[in-house]
Design a protein around this ligand. Structure first.
Ligand code: ADP
Ligand code: ZN
Ligand code: ZN
Length: 744
């Protein structure tokens, strides 16, 4: 390739727009993607990143790059290429993609070369403090806070204590606190409780040895080889394979990223990685959403400078600025949490595959229930399928009982059947034996709708076209789409009838049923309402692990990656509503959830049992899950998808329009559909746009155009121009979701 003549840059202090410059002869060959450059800007110079080498500039008059700042690109070159790929594939602009890979905290402080202050108490100054702080109330409080916490980043101190910046600086001036600009290095945390053997290395089983061998062979191939789809039943030792692969690449001096669906819900997985690496004195950087801005920036630099060679985190950890990447692991690759809901609507699993390819790193996708997309890629040998069919130690998969609710006696209260007789008996029996149970109901609150039996009025959200959920413990009605709430009504708002009917069930109602059916039982309800307090989740898990609770009941929070040897019974309550959602993935999701939650049972020596309560006992998702038949489900589901042209056979692109005026939003999307029909005549079928299943959210009317297309790249330009490039009435917004996951 001839050396490029022009470079497109993103100004460091705002990645909103990109600008073109010429590369002068003197700098030829010195500019790589991601490099920081000095470029003329009006009368001064600013710092900017090289993000692209356009063939020709967008404007006529281009100025010359002034200088290259720093030898090494600040953004790893591979990540710049990834941003470009993202922008093309997900129909967003390059600037937006760059903002995603280079988080705000990193950008905002690099510009002036400013670093945050870290403030800590000066030891042994208690006497001085009592003397000088008399009457200085705020400073006294700040001093107390410092001693209690041991210090922190200034921004975090201000945020946590509510005490302003000036007060902290005054403490420094008085000699009570010291500030440092050095980047503060966190003390290495040891393995967390709950994974006592974290540092120990078990001997691999036969299947695991074979899996490692396949991986080693594959990754020797050019460019890191194909991605591995590690398909292993729950408890088959997949995590052990990730750890071994990780050790192998680290031993070669390379770096690695490990993605988990949700960091706060997978404490055990994190603890295992931590434990194993701590034993080898390798620094692991855990990225999570609870980090402060300063911590995020600190982590970023720690990674960029090569001090941390392993990064573990949720989807955005994929953009960790590692160089010399050897491995990307995507645990529970089927999990919906990998898809970002906001623009750019990327899928971290798919991007992991792209990043791996760009940087020659091996990619390992693991799941007991792979997504149909990945499974199909493995069928076509684009991925290499590696299987673990047996549980470690030969533990048996649990027996799954399907309980037909149509045959169950209805409760006299008129409410839904919460616990059928067999499930109740099973729970009682476990408790007597000192074993534990999990109960899954994937819906929070008490009842998903409240209706007046006399006039039929349903309590609806004023801003969204959905019923509000009754939350009994809070005594409130809550909208699960916009978070609006109001006090729960005592009587019907329409006809004043006092007998309101609670329809359906959420975790609060299940909790009520459990307490009623099993007097004296020790239970914890785990959902986003009850686990709101900081540390609540960890505490609840600890109590369960230590056997202080008999039953853990809750939403899918309890289905994720937990490993409790004493759980021998799992009950699944209310899968039917999930099966009936207007989404072609409904079956797949229910199947995955059932297999995953069933996998929590019988992980110790005592075999487990699973009870699924349903009104549709013969639904294929339930029947295949009953037999743990992942292949059978895949085959049948792929047939259905093929017949309808759904993914993975075609790409699903969801174009959505929303706005405060129903007529305008509708007219806009119809206009787009008309344009696309002209442009794509004979190539792509463009259906009629329609109202979204949730027709109104937050006061905005929503419309959708659901497209199934063969190849994305050629069509993306048209879509981008017609949807994002056009001018719409005020308040109307159009979005494009490539490989859409959320169709509601
Ligand atoms: P998965 O990730 O497939 O659910 P894990 O890796 O969590 O499975 O393994 C399940 C359990 O078996 C864990 O307690 C793990 O420590 C243990 N384990 C994994 N591999 C081995 C092995 N080769 N020998 C003994 N125990 C193992
Ligand atoms: Zn009424
Ligand atoms: Zn609402």
């Amino acid at each position: 390739m001839a050396s490029p003549e022009f470079v497109r840059v993103a100004p460091e202090l705002g990645l909103d727009r990109l600008f073109d410059y010429r590369i002068p002869d003197a700098l030829q060959g010195r500019i790589r993607l991601g490099q920081r450059l000095r470029v003329p800007w009006g009368r001064r110079e600013i710092l900017a990143y090289a993000v692209e080498f356009p063939r020709r500039p967008e404007v006529e008059k281009v100025r010359d790059v002034a200088e290259v700042a720093g030898e090494r690109p600040l953004i790893p070159t591979g990540l710049c290429q990834l941003a470009r790929w993202m922008a093309d594939y997900y129909a967003c602009d390059l600037a937006a993609a760059l903002r995603t890979i280079l988080p705000g905290p990193v950008r905002s402080h690099e510009g002036g070369g400013k670093m945050a202050w870290w403030i800590g108490p000066v030891v042994g100054q208690e006497d001085l403090a009592t003397k000088v702080l008399k009457g200085a109330k705020a400073q006294k409080r700040a001093w107390g806070h410092l001693k209690e916490t041991g210090g922190g980043w200034l921004t975090a101190l201000v945020r946590d204590s509510g005490i302003g910046t000036a007060t902290w600086k005054a403490l420094v001036d008085r000699g009570l606190a010291e500030r440092s600009e050095r980047r503060f290095v966190k003390a290495e945390e040891g393995p967390e409780a709950g994974w006592p053997d974290a540092g120990k290395k078990p001997e691999l089983g036969e299947e695991q040895v074979a899996a490692m061998k396949s991986w080693e062979e594959e990754r020797k191939k050019e460019g890191g080889g194909r991605p591995i789809l590690l398909e292993g039943v729950t408890g088959s030792g997949k995590t052990e394979i990730y750890l071994r692969a990780l050790e192998a690449v680290l031993a070669e001096g390379k770096t690695a990223v490990v993605l988990v669906p949700e960091i706060s819900l997978t404490p055990q997985t994190v603890a295992r990685f931590r434990g194993r690496l701590a034993g080898q004195r390798i620094r692991l950087c855990v990225l999570h959403s609870a980090q402060t801005t300063a911590e995020r920036r600190e982590s970023w630099h720690e990674i960029r400078e090569g001090r941390a060679r392993v990064v573990i985190g949720a989807r955005s950890a994929l953009f960790a600025p590692l160089e010399n990447l050897g491995l990307i692991v995507v645990d529970e690759e089927h999990d919906g949490g990998y898809k970002q809901g906001e623009s750019p609507r990327y899928h971290a699993r798919d991007l992991a595959v792209v990043r791996g390819k760009l940087e020659g790193a091996s990619v390992m996708l693991g799941s007991a229930t792979p997504s149909l997309e990945s499974a199909y890629n493995a069928d076509r040998e684009r991925y290499l399928r590696v299987r673990l069919r047996k549980r470690v130690d030969g533990a048996k998969l649990p027996k799954v009982h399907i309980l037909d609710l149509r045959k169950e006696e209805k409760p006299k209260s008129g409410g839904p059947v919460m616990l059928s007789a067999s499930l109740r008996a099973a729970l009682e029996e476990r408790r007597k034996k000192g074993e534990q149970s999990l109960l899954l109901l994937n819906r929070r609150g008490y009842a998903p709708s409240v209706q007046c039996p006399h006039c039929g009025k349903v309590e609806e959200c004023e801003r969204c076209a959905v019923p509000m959920t009754y939350h009994r413990s809070a005594g409130r009605m809550k909208c699960h789409f916009c978070d609006a709430e109001r006090p729960a009504p005592g009587v019907c708002a329409e006809c004043q009838s006092p007998q309101l009917k609670f329809t359906g069930a959420g975790t609060e109602r299940l909790e009520e049923a459990v307490v009623e059916a099993l007097p004296g039982v020790r239970w914890t309800r785990m959902d986003s309402d009850s686990m709101r307090a900081r540390g609540a989740h960890g505490k609840a898990l600890a109590a369960f692990r230590e056997g202080r609770t008999d039953i853990l009941l809750g939403t899918q929070m309890i289905a994720k990656g937990l490993h409790f040897p004493k759980v021998t019974c799992v009950g699944v309550v209310g899968v039917d509503s999930a099966l009936n959602l207007p989404d072609f993935r409904a079956s797949e999701r229910v199947f995955q959830l059932l297999v995953q939650v069933a996998g929590r049972a019988g992980r110790g020596e005592i075999p487990g049992e699973v009870f699924v309560q349903t009104y549709t006992p013969f639904h294929p998702a339930i029947q295949f899950a009953r037999h743990h038949d992942v292949d059978g489900f895949r085959e049948q589901e792929l047939e259905y998808r093929r017949a309808h042209g759904y993914p993975p056979f075609k790409r699903a692109i969801l174009v959505s329009f929303s706005g405060p005026s129903e007529a305008q939003a509708s007219a806009s999307i119809h206009h787009v559909a008309g344009r696309l029909r002209e442009l794509w005549k004979g190539r792509v079928e463009v259906p009629e746009p329609c109202s979204a299943p949730i027709a109104r959210v937050e006061g905005k009317f929503r419309f959708q155009l659901f497209l199934l297309v063969d190849k994305v790249p050629e069509l993306m330009g048209d879509l981008k121009r017609e949807v994002l490039g056009a001018k719409w009435p005020s308040g109307v917004r159009g979005t494009i979701d490539v490989d859409a996951q959320d169709l509601l």
